[in-house]
Design a protein around this ligand. Structure first.
Ligand code: ATP
Ligand code: MG
Length: 568
């Protein structure tokens, strides 16, 4: 399990909890929860919330619950419940035996609603949604009271029971809290607690046709689970008075709601609604498309839970909305894979090289280092022969200035192999394209060192043609062209900001034979080309690789200048 270093992942919430511990507010308990609505897949923003909630529970020896906040059957599906469970587990947040469903508490919630009706604090309202909206008032004008607001307790109890029994059609009535239509806080203007929905629920089936609204349900769920610190994102700050009101009116166990800023990342969107639309419209290959900011997308792309934890630790937790530079996330996975990914050679855009003075038919096995960052990773054998592939970019017939790679007359090192010197090339007479490069090699430089101290400025990677395995490689670029895709001019569709070149598929790539049967999820560094992860689309002898991230760490360069955040 990833073990974040709690020392450096201290947040303002740790300060609050320290104070609670000092005053013994919760009897020494810390109980947090992650409460997703199962209406989509989890994304990196959810990971921030999971790391925070799980991290706090772990730091204080407390408990962390996973709870599905499943109060809206219309948008919720078992598929989402399954994927969320898998992703939270993969991140290493352990809920032990505390997997809960808000819907399991529907019976208790109903009892509490009756308690509020009996206390004159809730009433059945016959206005429809449009009428309720029209009577809500504005920031300066108080809302109008519903004509049904002063119904008798008996009538309310009778109507609410009949709502529950299914006597009324969807949308015809609601149960509303009786608070204050003149409150400056809209959330307090007689909010709806229950609506009628004749819909099958993934967890409770057809048992219910009245469903609780989020604001009513959430605090009750927290209360039932004896949560101590109910952590949510900033947009719920002005819902807190309502959260408190319900619990106070009922006189039940009352957790403390604490808000923090949600995560936004450059070059992507984070709203579940928008991510769902990308999937539904076929603009990506699915929820787990490696371009998506979803947990399953990041996993398929090659991200590790450790890198995500590290990212969450570095961005920290605060109360100001900001957008985090996606390069920080990329930096975190690079840092992790640098330590653990074995190095291999793979040629993405192959160009054939013939070593004219190398014996025909000979194949040598040369030693290659698996990971210079990890001496324990050892070495492996890579085959070398007369015909090789190198990257097209590593040869120039007419080199630009300071070109240290292969060009006529220039000598380079083939990684772990020999010094070779280019003596010419063959071109396609029709297109003028170079189809084959000819070289000679110096047998005295075996292993890549020259005995006479001769220096070469360039080292390039290669694979032996006879043993190479064909691979498909998928390169990913930002999903959106602009850093802030949510910021679109009035009337313009946010989807127009999609980067049309976010996916680049390369076929006919040539990789080391050791990768022929790479199992999906295998992570490697292709020397000089980046970190890659074998995709589930791979089949034996036909590997498919996703590029997780390039080797160029732009973050490391700018990290000194800022703190992980670009202000909106
Ligand atoms: P919506 O409510 O619009 O469906 P949501 O992203 O808030 O979307 P939830 O399932 O309610 O979805 O989220 C579960 C938890 O994750 C909530 O506690 C929420 O505060 C937190 N969360 C969601 N998005 C982010 C984010 N971008 N950054 C940090 N936490 C987030
Ligand atoms: Mg939400």
């Amino acid at each position: 399990m990833p073990a974040p270093d709690s020392e450096s992942f201290r947040t303002f919430i740790h300060d609050l909890i320290d104070e609670d511990m000092r005053t013994n507010r919760w009897g020494g308990r810390v109980v947090t929860r992650f409460p997703p609505e199962p209406n989509g897949y989890l994304h990196i923003g959810h990971a921030k919330s999971i790391c925070l909630n799980y991290g706090l529970a772990r730091d204080y020896g407390g408990q962390f619950n996973l709870r599905f906040d499943d109060t809206n059957p219309v948008k919720e599906e078992q598929e989402y419940i399954d994927s969320i469970t898998e992703d939270v587990r993969w991140l290493g947040a352990d809920w032990e035996d505390r997997l809960f469903f808000g819907s399991d508490y529907f019976g208790q919630m109903y009892e509490w609603a009756i308690q509020l009706i009996e206390a004159g604090k809730a009433y059945v309202c016959d206005l429809n949604a449009d009428q309720v909206a029209a009577m809500r008032g504005t920031a300066t004008v108080p809302g109008q009271e519903s004509p049904y607001r002063n119904r008798s307790v008996e009538e309310n109890l009778d109507l609410f029971e009949r709502m529950k029994k299914g006597e009324f059609p969807d949308g015809s009535r609601t149960l509303r809290a009786r608070i204050d239509m003149a409150s400056p806080n809209f959330n307090m203007r007689d909010p709806v607690m229950y609506r009628i929905l004749h819909a099958t629920h993934p967890h409770t089936g057809d048992e219910w046709c009245v469903y609780p609204m989020y604001d009513w349900a959430h605090g009750l769920e927290d209360s039932i689970e004896k949560i101590t610190h109910s952590i949510c994102t900033l947009e719920f700050e002005n819902h807190r008075p309502l959260y408190d009101w319900f619990l106070d009116q009922l006189g039940i166990y009352h957790p403390q709601q604490i808000e923090f800023a949600r995560l936004n990342l450059t070059y992507t969107v984070m709203s579940k609604r928008k991510l769902l639309q990308l999937v539904k419209d076929g603009l990506v290959r699915g929820w787990d498309d490696p371009r998506m900011p979803t947990i399953c997308g990041l996993r398929r792309r090659g991200y590790t839970p450790e890198a995500i934890w590290n990212f969450c630790r570095r961005i920290g937790v605060n109360k100001y909305d900001s957008i985090v530079d996606i390069q920080l996330l990329e930096h975190c996975i690079r840092e992790d894979l640098n330590k653990r990914a074995p190095r291999v050679m793979g040629v993405l855009r192959p160009l054939k090289v013939v070593i004219d003075n190398y014996p025909d038919g000979q194949v040598e096995q040369l030693d290659a280092i698996n990971n210079p960052e990890d001496p324990g990773a050892g070495t492996r054998k890579v085959p070398f022969s007369k015909v090789l592939y190198i990257e097209q970019d590593d040869f120039r017939e007419v080199p630009p200035p300071k070109y240290f790679r292969l060009t006529p007359g220039q000598e380079v090192r083939l990684r772990y192999a020999y010094f070779v010197k280019c003596i010419g090339c063959v071109k396609d007479p029709a297109t003028g394209q170079v189809t084959e490069v000819h070289c000679t090699y110096d047998p005295a430089t075996r292993g890549g060192d020259s005995p006479d101290g001769r220096k070469v400025k360039g080292t390039i990677h290669w694979v032996s043609a006879g043993q190479a395995v064909d691979a498909e490689v998928r390169l990913y670029h930002h999903l959106f062209s602009k850093p802030d895709p949510d910021d679109v001019p009035e009337g313009q569709d946010w989807k127009t900001g999609l980067n049309p070149n976010s996916l680049e598929v390369l076929t006919g790539c040539k990789v080391e034979p050791s990768l022929a049967d790479a199992t999906p999820g295998t992570r490697v560094q292709f020397e000089r080309m980046g970190y890659f992860c074998a995709d589930p689309d791979s089949s034996p002898g036909k590997p498919v690789f996703n590029r997780t991230v390039t080797l160029k760490d732009t973050w490391a360069k700018i990290a000194g200048k800022q703190d992980g955040k670009a202000k909106r």
